[in-house]
Design a protein. Structure first.
Length: 235
């Protein structure tokens, strides 16, 4: 409680202080629980994305967010992953809703957008500008961020494809983000015959099945652990 009192005495009401106050209070509640032992402070990760994040076509407990949260917790991470995935969303939509999604309890952010921009043939420069703005807003709030992309298809030409593929590493370097260039790489690495035999994709051949998500999470999980290690503890 001394941390809370000190902040209130200084009259601090900024976003970062409100986040630290909430986390400090929650940590205090855990520490004062039955048994009196100190507990690891829980972390809240905001996952901003499209249908791949939202869990399109899957049971509520089989989507990317619940499987990722389970994977992280089995490895000792005290984390809650908030599902901010919106089916059909583009980088423009994510940019528009990011501000009100960054509530004070958020400790880290994962941005996984761009797939629908590609499906609609939108110019890479537009997607880059939107993601740049999102990363700028997150880092301005002193939150660690992961940028998760997808491999661009070649049907709009090599320059268009290269323009998209360059977004993830270049913006990641600019903002010091944890970068995953292709969320679906573990599935794409398999032959079409193997994907079909293992049932890794849904019937639309766009969205992973529950088992496909599990394969994705096995590759994504270590990068998210790297992100969580960057979360600054409450003072």
């Amino acid at each position: 409680m001394s941390v809370i009192w000190a902040c209130l005495q200084r009259g601090s009401t900024g976003y970062g202080v409100r986040r630290r106050l909430g986390k400090a209070a929650l940590a205090g509640i855990f520490a004062l629980g039955i048994g009196g032992g100190a507990a690891a402070e829980p972390v809240t990760l905001l996952a901003v994305g499209d249908s791949l994040t939202q869990g399109y076509g899957l049971d509520p407990d089989q989507g990317l967010v619940p499987q990722l949260q389970g994977w992280l917790r089995t490895r000792g991470a005290e984390v809650t992953v908030i599902n901010a995935g919106v089916s059909g969303d583009t980088t423009s939509g994510g940019r528009a809703r990011l501000g009100w999604s960054l509530t004070p309890e958020i400790d880290a952010v994962m941005i996984a957008l761009g797939g629908n921009d590609m499906l609609r043939g939108q110019p890479p420069a537009q997607a880059r500008a939107n993601l740049d703005a999102m990363l700028s807003e997150v880092t301005a709030r002193d939150l660690p961020v992961a940028l998760v992309g997808l491999k661009a298809p070649g049907n709009y030409g090599p320059d268009w494809q290269a323009g998209y593929d360059a977004i993830w590493p270049e913006l990641g370097a600019k903002y010091g983000a944890v970068v995953v260039p292709d969320l679906l790489a573990p599935i794409a690495a398999k032959t079409p015959e193997a994907r079909a035999a293992e049932g890794l994709m849904q019937a639309d051949n766009i969205h992973p099945s529950a088992s496909g998500v599990g394969l994705v999470v096995d590759a994504l999980g270590p990068k998210v652990l790297e992100l969580l290690e960057r979360v600054k503890p409450a003072p």
